[in-house]
Structures are given as structure tokens and as C-alpha cells.
Design a protein around this ligand. Structure first.
Ligand code: C2E
Ligand code: MG
Ligand code: MG
Ligand code: MG
Length: 288
């Protein structure tokens, strides 16, 4: 009986495993097909100056316009794209598209692009970044790469020189979802970051939890002490916005001010924005 039960259990797991492997393969193929068919699109979420709500830059966020499933968020496919290595060609497309789209805007805003840890392992990231800048004509100073803390833990001694070379192009480096990883503070300092992005969990805790605001305050102080910019992400309410403004957080991003939007809407959004960063704006300001 025990043997039978054992075998039954085994075959049950074997079947389940087969099913999993099959759907895994299908989905990798699906991503590969999606890349070949150009089904991926980028949305752009503006980042604002806290003082005057002027748009400083945008974050590029990938979506999949799937022929059957409709609009699919990155949470559904980034992990698989990473495990299959397809994040390398996909990430290259994302960098090229983000740089080209923002270089084509009449406003001088910056763009920030999320980079997966896996893109550091391919050995081609520096080259990909240089090419994206050269092809688009975007000034390196207008590009920022967002990297999560887990990247640093992966293989710090390999990653540090890559980051340094990218930074020496003039590209800015931001640490994304700050406070959610496991890297130590002194460790962070040994990497050439320009910006800290406070994870949105801390922003939501700020108004509902004792000590929540103290944590945000501490991150802001840390940024100041290390000479790093700090941006708060996931700002959803006026109350959060006001707290961040009075705590001297200079930059914010979140649904309160703007949701991620497709490129054509971004153009319209920037045209409507009272003040936009860059040449155009300063010209307008000089005239008025
Ligand atoms: P992330 O880089 O931390 O991006 C911020 C996420 O928070 C985005 O979700 C954005 O839509 C969402 N968000 C922005 N403001 C608010 C807000 O006020 N409230 C709430 N609840 N959410 C807000 P999204 O687009 O689903 O992206 C999720 C994650 O997927 C990103 O987190 C990033 O880690 C990854 N990702 C997105 N695009 C790319 C990409 O092009 N390449 C790579 N490697 N990863 C990407
Ligand atoms: Mg990000
Ligand atoms: Mg984030
Ligand atoms: Mg995130």
C-alpha cells in the first residue's frame, strides 16, 4: 500500500512537473515570439520636482501587448525573461526605445531605465548603453539606470567596474527600491550611485505607521550626508506629498501626479504641463 501510495504520489508530482516544464517552455517561446513580433511597448511615468511640480524626467516601464492576453505587466514576464536570458535582447530593445523616444521629445527631460541583474552578467551592458546613446543622440547626462540592491550582492567585484565605466560615460545611476534589499550602508557607498529611490512601501507606511515617517526621514538624511539625490516612489496622496515636501525630498513619482502612460500621451502630457524642465521652459520663462 505504502509503495502504491508512494508511486501514486511520485507520478502525481511527475505529471505536475511535466506540466510545469511544458508551460515554462511555451512561455519562453512566447516571450521570444513576442520580441520577434515587436509586441513589447514602453510606458513612461513622469518624475516631478517637489517644489514646483515640474517634470524632470520619466521612468520607462515595459509592458507586453499580448495578442491573446492583452496588456501584460512586467511582474508577469520579467522573471521568466531573466531566467531564460531573453532579458538581454529585451533589455537592449528597452534601452534603445527609451533613449530614442525621449530624444525625440521637444522637451529636455531625462529618462530612467530599469536594468535587470542578469544584464550585468552578459558582459554586453556597457556596449549596449553606449550604442543606445549613440543611435538616439540622447546626451548621456539625460539617461539614468535604475538598479536594485540585489545586483550589488550578486557579484560586487564584477559589477563595480561595469557601473564605474557606465558612470564615466556621464550616465546617472540610481538604486531602486531602496531599503528592501539586504546590502549594508557602507557597502552602498562603495558603488558609484547618484540617486536613491525610496521604495514605495516606506512611502505608504509613512502616513499609517508610527515610525514610518522617521524611516523616510533617515533615508533622506543618509542621501544628504552621502551627497546623493533622493526620490520617493509610489506617492499616492497629497498627505504623503506634503510630508515629503516638508522633509525636503526634492523629487517624487507616483499615481498622485501621473500614472505610467504610452509615448503619444506623454508628449501631450508634457505639452500641457505648466512647466517642463529644460531649454524650452527656460526660454519661455525668460520671455515671460
Ligand atoms: P519599479 O522599477 O520599482 O517601478 C515602479 C512600479 O510601481 C511600476 O510598476 C509603477 O507602475 C508602479 N507605481 C508607480 N507609481 C505608483 C503608485 O503611486 N502606486 C502604486 N501602487 N504603484 C506605483 P510596474 O510597471 O508594474 O513595474 C514593476 C516592476 O517591474 C518595476 O518596479 C521593475 O522592477 C520591473 N520593470 C518594469 N519595467 C522594467 C524594464 O523595462 N526592465 C526591467 N528589467 N524591469 C522592469
Ligand atoms: Mg524603477
Ligand atoms: Mg522601485
Ligand atoms: Mg520594484
Amino acid at each position: 500500500r505504502a509503495r502504491r501510495a508512494g508511486r501514486a504520489t511520485y507520478s502525481f508530482f511527475a505529471e505536475e512537473m511535466n506540466a510545469r516544464i511544458t508551460s515554462y517552455r511555451i512561455r519562453i517561446d512566447d516571450i521570444r515570439r513576442g520580441i520577434a513580433n515587436q509586441e513589447f511597448v514602453l510606458e513612461y511615468q513622469p518624475r516631478f520636482d517637489t517644489h514646483d511640480r515640474r517634470v524632470l524626467s520619466v521612468e520607462a516601464l515595459v509592458r507586453w501587448l499580448h495578442p491573446e492576453k492583452g496588456l501584460v505587466g512586467p511582474g508577469e514576464f520579467i522573471d521568466l525573461a531573466e531566467r531564460s536570458g531573453l532579458i538581454i535582447p529585451l533589455g537592449e530593445w528597452i534601452l534603445n526605445t527609451a533613449c530614442r523616444t525621449i530624444a525625440a521629445q521637444p522637451h529636455d527631460i531625462g529618462v530612467s531605465v530599469n536594468i535587470s541583474p542578469v544584464q550585468f552578467r552578459g558582459g554586453t551592458l556597457l556596449d549596449t548603453v553606449e550604442k543606445a546613446l549613440a543611435r538616439s543622440g540622447l546626451a548621456a547626462e539625460r539617461l539614468e539606470l535604475e538598479i536594485t540592491e540585489s545586483v550589488l550582492l550578486d557579484n560586487p567585484d564584477e559589477i563595480r567596474p561595469i557601473l564605474q565605466r557606465i558612470k564615466s560615460l556621464g550616465v546617472r545611476l540610481a538604486i531602486d527600491d531602496f531599503g528592501t534589499g539586504h546590502s549594508s550602508l557602507s557597502y552602498l557607498r562603495s558603488f558609484p550611485f547618484d540617486v536613491i529611490k525610496i521604495d514605495r512601501q516606506f512611502i505608504s507606511d509613512m502616513v499609517v505607521q508610527d515610525g514610518g515617517r522617521a524611516i523616510v526621514h533617515a533615508i533622506l538624511s543618509l542621501g544628504k550626508a552621502l551627497g546623493l539625490g533622493v526620490i520617493a516612489e509610489g506617492v499616492e496622496t497629497e498627505q504623503q506629498f506634503e510630508m515629503l515636501a516638508s522633509d525636503e525630498c526634492k523629487e517624487v513619482q507616483g499615481f498622485l501626479l501621473a500614472r505610467p502612460m504610452p509615448a503619444p500621451d506623454l508628449g501631450k502630457f508634457l505639452d500641457r504641463s505648466p512647466i517642463v524642465s529644460g531649454r524650452q521652459t527656460s526660454d519661455v520663462r525668460l520671455l515671460s
